[in-house]
Structures are given as C-alpha cells and as structure tokens.
Design a protein around this ligand. Structure first.
Ligand SMILES: Nc1nc2c(ncn2[C@@H]2O[C@@H]3COP(=O)(O)O[C@H]4[C@@H](O)[C@H](n5cnc6c(=O)[nH]c(N)nc65)O[C@@H]4COP(=O)(O)O[C@H]3[C@H]2O)c(=O)[nH]1
Length: 848
C-alpha cells in the first residue's frame, strides 16, 4: 500500500514531520519492501528522493548480513505483533561508510481491521548520544570502580584507623603514665586507665568532667590555672613536678606533668594534651638520697671525720671537710696520694705497706699519720679507705674517711704514760723500770759494760706522812723525786716503786766508785730540807747498790740485791749507802724471818711486859711505873724492844703490839690496885704509827674500860719528834687524848731541840729528859747545863720533869738538887716482871 496525496491534514502533518525529521522513518510491508521512507533515510543510502526507496528491501540497500538481521527483526515484529522498542544497533552509513549507532523502534503496521500488514520503523541516529552514553557509562563505570575502590580504601582505612585507635587506646591504657586530653574548659576529652584509676573512676565516666569533680578544690584550681595559662598563652607547660592525691588510696603522689596545647586545622587552640608521670618513687628515692646526703653532711659536720675520694691512680680528687678538721686545704691534697700528703709520716705500718694495699685494691682501716706543720703542734690523723668499682667491676679509685685522732692519741699516750709512770712523781714506775732495765742489761751485755741499780728508801718518811698527812708526804716525794732526777745524768733512770721507795739505774758506769759517787749525791739531795706548809721537813735516804755484772746479771736479782743492800744501809744507821755483798743476803733472810716470827709472836702470846718504877725525888716513893715490852722468842730467848720495835713500826705490826701493851699494862695496874696496892701512874710508850692510828682513842678507851683503870692513872709517852712534824695534827690528837683524862708525857726530850714556845702549845703533863743528857752527869758540864735548863723550862710550864737512865747516886742527887721531880733508871729499879714490881709497890705502900 502507498500513501496518497489526498491524506488528511493529520497525514500531512505526519508527512511533514517525517519528511523533516532527522530520524529515519519508514514503513515496510510484510515482505520487507519499503512502503515509505523519509528524506533522512534516503540520504542515508545516498538516494536523492525517498521515492527511490519505495519497493526496495533491506537486501537491496544493505550488505546481506545486515539486511538479514534487519529482516529478522522485521519479521519478528510482524509475526509477533509486538513492537521492538529502542533497539540500539550499529549500522553502516552507506553514504559515508562509517559505522553509526541507531536506536530503532519497529511497530507493527495494521490495517483498519487490525491485520498486520507490515511495520513502521523509526530509527534515530544516536551515535552522538550513544557515544556520550557510552562515554558516560564508561565514566560511570570508572566512577563506580573508583568509588568502590575508594569505599574499599575507606573501609580499609577505617579498619586501619579503628585498629590504630584500638592500638592507641590499648597503648595509652597500658601506659603507667597519666595521659589525657581536655577541652578549653579543662574538661576531659580523653583519659587513660591510669588517670581513671587514680581518680577512682573509669575512662568513660571521666569524660566531660573536670578536676573539681575528683580533687580537692585547691588542687583542682591549681591544675585549672595551669591549664588555662597553657590554653591562653599557647605555651606548653613542660615537666612540672606537682602533687596529686590518689583518690583510691588517699596517698599523695608526685607527678612529672607536661601539658601541651593542641590546635584545629585553622590553628586555633581547642584543648590540651596532658601527660603525667608518677615520679613518687623517684622523688622518694631523691628524698631519701637528699636526706641521706643531708644526714651525711650533718654527720660529717658533727663528727670529727672528713670524707675523701681518690681516682684510679689513688690521688685525691675530692675532700669534704665542712669543719676543716682535716687540717688540709683542698689544694694541698687534690692530685696527691696519701704518701704525698704534706708534712705527714706514717705511724702505723709504713708507706710501702699502704702503697701495696692500694695497688692490690684492698680496703685499709685506721692508717695513722703524724702531721707536723712547721711551728705547729703535731697532729695525728687516721685514714680508712675502700676501693670503688663501677658496674663492670672496673676499679675507679678509693673513697674513705679521715679522722683527727690527736685527742685519742694524746689520751692513749697519757694512758700509756700513766701505765708506765708513777702518777705522783711522774717518774717511771716499777713496770717501766723493769722494761728499761731489761733493755739496758741487753745493751750492757752486748757492749760488755757495767751498770748499777740503786735502791733508795727514805728514812723517817712514814713519820712525816703520819704526822704531816698524806698531802705533805706526797709533796715531799715529788720534790725528792725531782731532786734525784736532777742530780743524775740524763742517761740514768730514776723510778718510783711506791711508798717512799725509789730505784735508780746508772747506765754508763765503769767502777763501784762511780756508783758510790751517785749514791752520795742522792743522799745529799735527800737531806736538804723541804719546806711544806711553812715547815721544814727533813728526810734522809738509805741507798742499797747492786752492780752488774759483779753482783747479779739479771734484772730481778739486781733489784732484789739492791733492796737487801738498802736494808743494810738502814741497819747501819740510815742516811747512808751500802753495796751488796753475798753475806748481806743472809742478814736479810734473818730479818725476814724475824718479821715472820714477830707476826707469830703477837698471835702466840710470846710478848710480855716488864715494868720499871719511877721514884719521886722529894719523897723517895714510887711515883709511877713504865711498861716496857719484851719478846720471848722460842729460840733466841728474850729479844729487847730495840731489836724488834723498829721492824714492827716498819711493817705496821706495832699497832697490834701497842694495843696489846696498852691493854695488858692497864689490866696490870688495875690488878695491883685490886691487890690493895696504892694506885700508881702506869706509863705506856706510843710509837709514831700508833700515835697517828685512827683507832688510837678507841683503843685507849677500851683498855681503860676493860681494866677499870682511872684515866688519870694512865700516862702515854710520845717522843718529841712525833709531835714536832705536824704540830697542828699532833695537838689535835693530844687534845683528844687529854679529853679522855689520861696523862701525857714527852719522852726522850731534848734530842729534838724543841723550843719552849712549841712545847707550850702541847697539852702535856710530863717532860722526860733523855737519858743521853743524864749518862755523863756529873762529869759533862754541858749535859748538866742542858738538864738544868730542861728542868727549869719544865717547871716554868708547870710540867712534871722526870730524868731517864739514872744509874748513879750522883746523877740522882744532881737531879734532886735541881728540882727534878722524878727519876727513872737502874739506880732505882731495872725493868722487871710484874711480880717483882708488885713487891716494890707493896714496900712502897707500907712505907707510906
Ligand atoms: N742504859 C740504861 N737503860 C735504861 C735505864 N733505865 C731504863 N733503861 C732503858 O731505857 C729504855 C726506856 O724506854 P724508852 O726510852 O721509852 O725506850 C724504849 C721504847 O722507846 C721502846 N719500847 C719499849 N717498850 C715499848 C712499848 O711497849 N711500846 C713502844 N712503842 N715502844 C717501846 O724501846 C725502847 C727501849 O726499851 P728498853 O730496851 O726496855 O729500854 C728501856 C729501859 O730498859 C738505865 O738506867 N740505863
């Protein structure tokens, strides 16, 4: 079927549209022959008019393979009655030969009955849009691909970020430091476990809160102020040490805190990051260290110690000496070793020993040095040091302390001095003397030289000690000790053995004569008076000499033999010297035996009394009786008092003997009275020791009490010398005795040359003229004059005067003539036993 010219308006419009359409518009019959084609289609085939298309099929226009395809599509539309819409397909532009894309819609062409008579097709050149579409699709595809990629990347990134976030979180939570972030209001944006734990909360709960929610206000305010400063100034706060209170334990911890501002992209500060490291331990350690250092410093300041350090060459590198006790300036010692210390020398050991110790890197303790700077007192220091090693055990040097031990050393020297010297005289003591003697003996042996030991005992020293008191005695010993030392040569040694005993070592001597001269000098030195408390005190010295090697060849024997010789000198009358000789030893032994026997004598009642009567020169009657002690020695027979009283006095046994005499004499006198005899005064001798014995008064009181004797019938005889030494003390004792009611007599008067004025002070009743003045009467004019004077003096003082040792009628006549009150002596009566005297007393009683 063809379209005709008389189609309606509508057809016209369609034709116009179709003719002008750029799309290819066509209609085909059921066989595929074109019923209609518009201009655009005709142009496609290079035909001038669409009319040229009519009746043709695609096989006429297209290559077969294309035509077949189109034909199939056509048939499909015709057969199925279903249109093909917008089928895109590529077609060749026949005119240009180029491939172009078309979108084809084929719709079944129906007649008025609805029967399909062909098809209508519209094909639009969509090459451009297709290309655009393809491009767009490609672009989209690419975009999609990219998006997918990006999404993948984003996913990966986010996974990575999450991982990192987790990692970071784990990390910051695992860190022991406080890590947190805060916003501009100091509110927490982030906080790790450490922060949360210290605040007693959780990392989540903390968010949005600030320090005021957890800390005391003052502390929180301090934090806030710091943070605001960081946030406003933009300056980080770095490593500030600050306290923090642990909210769980309440414990104050110390944190080393840094707060750093952080900014957004535009550089504006939006918050801060904080890191706080717990430095409590470090601080405690520092505190402990500081305290330890302070302690060390204050102890160093307090102590007399100083502290030093040395390098590996053992030279000083440091000196801590806050009190300047070392006596060294730093510059004096830095760079020097101990052996190079100025003005110092070793005391203990020697430099080599110390150097060896230090080279062996061994510790040393108490290495003592003597330091003596010119013109200064020597100082003593002690150094102790320990080697110092580093972690790898490499030797780094020494460190140690120093101590000024001058005081200790001086006191040690003092102790040594005291141990070896007599504290009173400061002379060497017995111990020291033995040491010196041993050394001297060895030297004498080696050099074949002689030496001498002189034993000195002061005569009458005990008397002075007893009468003047111990202080005076001590003073005397000091003076005599000094004199002895000054008298001898520097090489000689004077020592004090104790009491009044001195010993001298003469070293450089050749003969006995040298020792003799020394002994004479010593005796002369002792004899010079010593003024003590304004009183002249005199002692003499008895010296015993023992020579090495002649008399002994060891120290002990030398001392012993010199002692024996000294006793001989005493026996020889004192104030003299005596050389040792072997027979002296026998005498000394005898003396020792006597002493032992005397002791036994007291215990075994070997002592007894003789009594000597005194005559009243006016009446001729017995005026009194003197008790005189005797010793009935088991083998020697009766020993006279002059043979044992001095020994008893020396050994102190006299006190016991005297007590016994007192008691016995009082009992005897009382006994005579009980026998009906007239009471006579009983005289008893007191020895110096006894006189000054602290129990004397008590002894007398007891003797009187036990015997019942009236005190007035007891007279105590004391010698002139006993009271003249320490008159004050003697007067005191005499007064105490007088207070007992007893009589007192001065015996042996005249030999001591006492002055009348002195005698006046003593509360005595009787003066006994010494027998030495009587002995040569009437021949000796002088003795007569002295006796006369003594009697006169006694009478002036209203004292009873009695003469001793009256042996002849002439003597007694002389005494009576010169108003002497009484006489005592062999002329009237010898000392006799109690029984004999009892008879005399009886006669005396009957005569009255
Ligand atoms: N040649 C001579 N001698 C005469 C004569 N008349 C008396 N005698 C002796 O002279 C001494 C007198 O005693 P004395 O001067 O106190 O001297 C006493 C006295 O100092 C002391 N003595 C005696 N008995 C004691 C005593 O009990 N205690 C103390 N402490 N000393 C005593 O011993 C010294 C000597 O005593 P005796 O040997 O008993 O010696 C006695 C006596 O026997 C005489 O006419 N011619």
């Amino acid at each position: 079927m063809h379209f005709t010219a008389d189609t309606s308006m509508e057809q016209l419009l369609l034709r116009t549209l179709a003719a002008n359409s750029l799309d290819l518009i066509y209609a085909k019959d059921r066989n595929g022959h074109f019923l209609f084609a518009n201009v655009a289609l005709a142009k496609l085939f290079g035909l001038n008019s669409p009319q040229d298309m009519l009746g043709k099929s695609d096989f006429d226009l297209y290559p077969d393979h294309l035509a077949r395809g189109y034909h199939q599509d056509d048939q499909q539309v015709i057969d199925s009655g279903e249109p093909i819409a917008d089928r895109e397909e590529q077609m060749i532009d026949i005119a240009s030969g180029e491939h172009r894309w078309y979108s084809t819609t084929k719709i079944p062409l129906k007649d008025v009955n609805g029967a399909i008579i062909g098809l209508v097709g519209i094909t639009r050149d969509i090459t451009a849009s297709r290309n655009t579409k393809v491009q767009t699709q490609a672009l989209n595809r690419e975009l999609k691909g990219r998006e997918a990629l990006r999404n993948k990347e984003l996913e990966q990134l986010s996974a990575t970020l999450e991982k990192e976030r987790q990692l970071m979180r784990t990390l910051i939570d695992a860190l022991p430091d406080n890590i947190y972030a805060k916003d501009l209001n100091s509110q927490f944006l982030l906080a790790n476990h450490s922060v949360a734990d210290s605040m007693g909360t959780t990392s989540t709960e903390i968010l949005g809160k600030d320090d005021f929610d957890f800390y005391p206000a003052e502390l929180a305010q301090q934090y806030r102020d710091d943070e605001q400063k960081v946030l406003t100034t933009g300056k980080a706060l770095l490593e500030r040490e600050e306290p923090a209170v642990d909210q769980t334990t309440g414990r104050t911890r110390w944190l080393l805190t840094s707060k750093i501002p952080f900014r957004n992209k535009s550089g504006r500060i939006v918050g801060l990051v904080g890191i706080g490291r717990d430095i409590s331990r470090r601080r405690l350690a520092e505190l402990a260290l500081r305290r330890s250092e302070e302690r060390f410093r204050s102890l160093t300041e307090l102590s007399s110690d100083w502290y030093w350090e040395q390098d590996e060459r053992s030279t000083f590198t440091d000196l801590t000496d806050p009190n300047g006790k070392s006596g060294f300036n730093r510059k004096d010692i830095l760079g020097r070793s101990i052996t190079q210390l100025p003005y110092c020398e070793p005391l203990s050991g020697c430099w080599i020993e110390l150097e060896h110790t230090q080279s062996e890197r061994e510790p040393f303790r108490g290495f003592e040095l003597r330091c003596e700077k010119p013109g200064q007192k020597p100082r003593f220091i002690s150094l102790s040091g320990m080697p110092v090693f580093d972690d790898k055990q490499n030797f780094c040097g020494y460190r140690g302390i120093g101590q000024d031990i001058t005081a200790r050393r001086e006191s040690e020297d003092r102790v040594h001095f005291l141990a070896t010297h007599d504290s009173l005289t400061e002379l060497p003591n017995r111990f020291m003397f033995h040491e010196i003697l041993d050394v001297a003996l060895k030297s004498a042996q080696r050099h074949n030289r002689a030496l001498a030991v002189l034993f000195i005992d002061l005569d009458r020293f005990k008397n002075i000690n007893d009468t003047l008191g111990h202080d005076a005695g001590d003073q005397l010993l000091q003076v005599i000790g000094q004199r002895f030392t000054q008298t001898l040569r520097a090489s000689d040694v004077v020592a004090r053995l104790g009491g009044d005993e001195f010993v001298v070592l003469l070293q450089d001597i050749h003969t006995e004569q040298d020792a003799r001269i020394a002994a004479q000098k010593l005796i002369a030195a002792a004899v010079n008076p010593v003024i003590i408390r304004d009183q002249e005190c005199r002692v003499t010295a008895s010296v015993g000499i023992c020579m090495y090697p002649a008399d002994a060849d060891d120290g002990e024997s030398l001392m012993k033999n010199a002692d024996i010789a000294m006793y001989l000198a005493k026996e020889e009358g004192k104030n003299t010297y005596q050389f040792y000789s072997p027979n002296l030893q026998a005498r000394s032994r005898e003396r020792l035996e006597l002493e032992n026997h005397l002791r036994l004598a007291v215990e075994q009642d070997q002592l007894f009394l003789h009594y000597q009567a005194k005559r009243d020169l006016k009446t001729g009657a017995v005026a009194g009786v003197e008790a005189l002690v005797r010793w009935q020695h088991p083998s020697l027979g009766v020993v006279p008092p002059n043979d044992f009283i001095p020994l008893a006095e020396e050994t102190g046994l006299i006190v016991l003997i005297g007590r016994w005499v007192l008691k016995t004499a009082c009992l005897q006198s009382a006994h005579w009275q009980q026998q009906g005899l007239l009471p006579v005064c009983m005289s008893v001798n007191l020895s110096p020791r006894q006189f000054y014995d602290e129990y004397l008064i008590e002894d007398i009181r007891l003797a009187l009490q036990e015997s019942g004797l009236a005190p007035a019938n007891l007279e105590l005889e004391i010698t002139e010398s006993m009271v003249m030494q320490n008159t004050d003390r003697a007067i005191d004792i005499l007064r105490s005795l007088k207070a007992l009611g007893v009589r007192l007599a001065i015996d042996d008067f005249g030999v001591g040359y006492s002055l009348l004025a002195q005698i006046k002070q003593f509360p005595v009743d009787t003066l006994k003229v010494d027998s030495s003045f009587i002995r040569d009467i009437p021949a000796n004019f002088e003795d007569k004059a002295i006796t006369q004077a003594i009697i006169a003096m006694g009478k002036t003082l209203s004292l009873t005067v009695i003469a001793e040792g009256v042996e002849t009628l002439e003597q007694e006549s002389f005494l009576r003539e010169h108003n002497c009150d009484q006489s005592q002596g062999y002329f009237f009566s010898r000392p006799i036993a109690a029984e004999g005297l009892e008879a005399l007393l009886r006669d005396n009683s009957t005569a009255k």
